[in-house]
Design a protein around this ligand. Structure first.
Ligand code: ADE
Length: 231
């Protein structure tokens, strides 16, 4: 099995590299890929840099160049749902691009012709995550996660996103990874731990909790790896 695990920022993959310990570094197309041999399986780990374009390139490369058969994303997100607090884990059931807008032509937000507003995540990987959560007694939430090339730090924008997409959390890479994986028929899973509330205090909260929340998410993904490779 060849498994991809990606984040957007160094902090989001550092706990993974620390856990696996030994890896080969491959530089390709202006990005590093860390290749781990884990019990005869290849795990390719990379951070993409922030945003939809960068995350698309890295997801595509992990699949097309490295031959990864499944993709897990681990990172942090801003809470949209008031039920989500800093450190809470949320897995995406489906994802949409909140900044994709050709509504001038009568289309719904997040939609372009021949596409769809929502991209569904892989049900089997979500099931594995729920098994891990119940075994470890972790409160894993699920919901719609939305993505845009924008750090949201404004309650008005957040409330619009909540209402328009019924979203639980927002970030800057998940939906583009989802579009890529679905186009290439690769099962994917997007996990986020909350770092902020996407409100006026978001940038401070993000700086304060990026590392701890990123580790909560990465540790959960590590716990899923064994079950995925034995699946
Ligand atoms: N990732 C974590 N917090 C975020 C926010 N407020 N906006 C966009 N991406 C985020």
């Amino acid at each position: 099995m060849k498994l991809a695990i990606m984040g957007a920022m160094p902090e989001e993959i550092e706990p993974l590299l620390e856990f696996f310990g030994k890896y080969e570094t491959v530089n390709y197309a202006n990005n590093n890929y860390y290749v781990v041999n884990h019990k005869g399986n290849e795990i390719v780990i990379a951070y993409s840099k922030i945003g939809k374009v960068n995350s698309t390139i890295i997801a595509c490369t992990m699949i097309q160049k490295f031959g990864c058969e499944k993709l897990l994303f681990s990172g942090v997100a801003g809470a949209v749902s008031p039920d989500l607090k800093v450190g809470d884990l949320v897995v995406a059931t489906k994802l949409a691009q909140h900044d994709l807008d050709i509504s001038a032509f009568g289309h719904p937000y997040g939609f372009v012709p021949e596409g769809s507003v929502y991209e569904e995540a892989d049900a089997k990987l979500i099931e594995i995550a729920k098994d891990v959560a119940s075994e470890k007694n972790i409160d894993l939430k699920d919901g719609i996660i939305v993505t845009g090339d924008q750090f949201v730090c404004d309650s008005e924008r957040k409330n619009w996103i909540a209402k328009t997409f019924d979203a639980s959390a927002l970030e800057m890479e998940g939906a583009s990874v989802a579009v890529t994986c679905n186009a290439l028929n690769i099962p994917f899973f997007i996990l986020r731990a909350i770092s902020d509330a996407a409100d006026m205090d978001a940038s401070f909260s993000f700086d304060e909790f990026l590392e701890t929340s990123a580790k909560i998410s990465a540790d959960f993904v590590i716990a899923m790896v064994e079950k995925i490779i034995n699946d």
